[in-house]
Design a protein around this ligand. Structure first.
Ligand SMILES: [Cu+2]
Length: 64
């Protein structure tokens, strides 16, 4: 499982958008987004940059 920190999520809508955006990436499964922690976790061997782009496309930012 991989975890990524995401900045900018503020409500359950944001969580749902993030979850959807990540689930649309080929090769990813078991996406879980935690609003309080500002974190998303997923299974799958996907490049960090792919995650970053998907998150930025919907207006949030990944945090290194
Ligand atoms: Cu929101």
């Amino acid at each position: 499982m991989a975890t990524v920190s995401i900045k900018g999520m503020s409500c359950p809508h944001c969580v749902a958008s993030t979850k959807k955006a990540l689930e649309e990436i080929p090769g990813i499964s078991n996406v879980a987004v935690n609003l309080e922690k500002g974190e998303a976790s997923y299974d799958g061997d996907v490049e960090t940059n792919t995650i970053k782009e998907a998150v930025e496309k919907i207006g949030f930012k990944t945090v290194k």
